[in-house]
Each structure stands twice: as structure tokens, then as C-alpha cells.
Write a protein that binds this ligand. Sequence first.
Ligand SMILES: [Zn+2]
Length: 352
Amino acid sequence: MPSQIAHLVFAVEAISRGLADLTVPVESPWLGLGAQGPDIFYHNRRRRPSALGYGALLHRRGYGAAVAAMAESARERAVRLESSLGAFVLAFATHAILDREFHPFINYRAGWGASAPRVATDPPFQLHPWLERALDVIILHRRWNQSPQTLDVLARLDCGPDLPAPIAHAYCRALHAVSPASRTDAHLALRLRNAYHDAIGFYGATNLVTLERYEEFLQSDEPVGRRARWISLLHPPVLPEALDLANDSHLPWYNPCDVENPSYESIEDLWERAMREAISVVCAIAGAWGDGVSASDAAAAITHAVGDSNLSDGRTIGRPCRKRNCSLLPLDRWLLAVMEQRRADPGIHWSR
Ligand SMILES: [Zn+2]
């Protein structure tokens, strides 16, 4: 999936463009948190019980029904769309659209491998999160002309000292809609709170990382693989110039489930296609939120607009496909070379 900045920028753009006539609070941290979708269940995970299983479930199936349930719970309490909770639900919906468009590309170029190398030729860390963060840097620069050193991401998604009750309520309804087991999960509320605190901790630890802080990671005495894994979770202050991470040259790539139909799209192409869909999704949610729309009609319209297919490969049933096709960018070699170079000569300056 794309990472936190891409999801934030995408949600703000989709809601601003799609609902320009409304005053949805696009600066609200509720929007920023909603844009992260169920990725908040993946981060850090120090607290128990965890909500990891629900994060995986929502990425696998039923996302449209989950958004519809969130909207329904808000409408029942007469919450307007032009509110923090409305912004959360809209942004939550956009998460699925960006994931579905970008995931096949990121999987093809960076893999989906095990968290620890199994054979000597495996990269010493997962390339997937590193490419996601590199794409964050590119997207942030191109869309907002900013860098992760200047954008306070934490401020854009920190909703306070605890998970706000309306968001927790919406999440419970969403999970009840897609997971019968969640209805008897006595720890559901605690899992959600834990996920929020773990995720906020993660976003804080990786926020506004200065070059000095980045250097600390590069220079630490940790084993190289461990250092590289940490570094792969931080937004890189420089990108490998020789690697076309955004596929601006339109080289062929494949959905990892597919070996026959190449795509030539760049991330700009993927972004624009996802944006067109996200704009129609937020408009559909706005239409369904209006007075006079029955609960069942609203649920059907939102579920249909967002779709229930898998966020990784677009499948509608069962588990994700057995991925088999990929061509990894040599991101690990580049990062390890930078690390060695920095250790050998700490006086080298970053190129930008
Ligand atoms: Zn995701």
C-alpha cells in the first residue's frame, strides 16, 4: 500500500476537488487519520490485545460495506457530512481507492516478502515499505511542493490523547458489518484504542526526521540488516537518481497476479486514475448522506461506489492471489551502499 503521506495528500485532494461546494474540514486531523484507513492497525503493535487481524480483514474484503456502516452510524446521530467525523469517513473511503491502484505496482517493484531474509540472495530488509516512503517523498514534492522534513504529518492525523469516541463508534460499526466474530469480541474497543496509540507513536517516531536524526540511524552500531530495516521505515532525504522509482519512463510492469498483460503506467497515471474514481466515490457518499435517502439505499450506494474487493489485487473473493510475478528495483543495494558510504566518510553532504 502507499504510505501515510500519499494517503493524506490523496484524501485532501479528492475531497477538495470532489466536494468543492461543501465545507468539509480538510485540515482536520480526523481527515488525516481517516486517510490512513486500517493501516493504523499495522503500525508498531506494542500494546496487547492488538487489532492486526481486523486490519488484514479490512484490506482483504468488505471495505465498501465497512464505509457504508460508518456513514450509517454517523447519519443515525444526525452528524453532518461537513464535520470532523464526515471528513474521517470520506477520507477512510479514499484509502481503499489509492491502495487498489498503487499496490500492484509497489508489489511488482518492491515485493511483499518475509520480514526477515530466508536465503542469502534475499534483501536484508523489506523493500516494500522503503519504496512506499520513497514514493511519499516524490508525491509530496510534486503535489504540495514540500518534503517530509517540512510537513508535520503527526499534526495532520493526531486526534488527541485518546481515540475519539465517534471514530471508535464508527469503527465498531464497520467491523460488525464485515466480521461477525467482532460482534462478540469483548476486547474490540481496547484493540482499537491500542491501535490508535501504537499508530500515533509510530507516526511520531517517523515524523519530521531531520538529516541529523537520519544520520543517527545510519551511524548506529546496530547490525546492518537491522539498521536498514529501521531506515526503510523513514522517509529518505535523498532518492537514488539512477532509479526511476515513479516509472516516469513508462517501462512495462505487471500486476503480480498477472504474467500476460503489462502496464506502462507511471505513478502519475495511477494517481490520476485513482483520483477520478475517488472523486466519484466522495460524491456518491455525499449524495447518500443527504436528507431523504433511506438507510438501505445509502448503504447500497456507498458499498457499490467504494467496492468490496481486496485492496491488494482487486479480487472480490477469497484470499489475495498467489503472487508470482515481480521485478525488484535494487533498492536494497542502493540503501546499503549509501549506509556504507556514510559510515566510511561521515563528512559527505547530502545532495539536497
Ligand atoms: Zn492500506
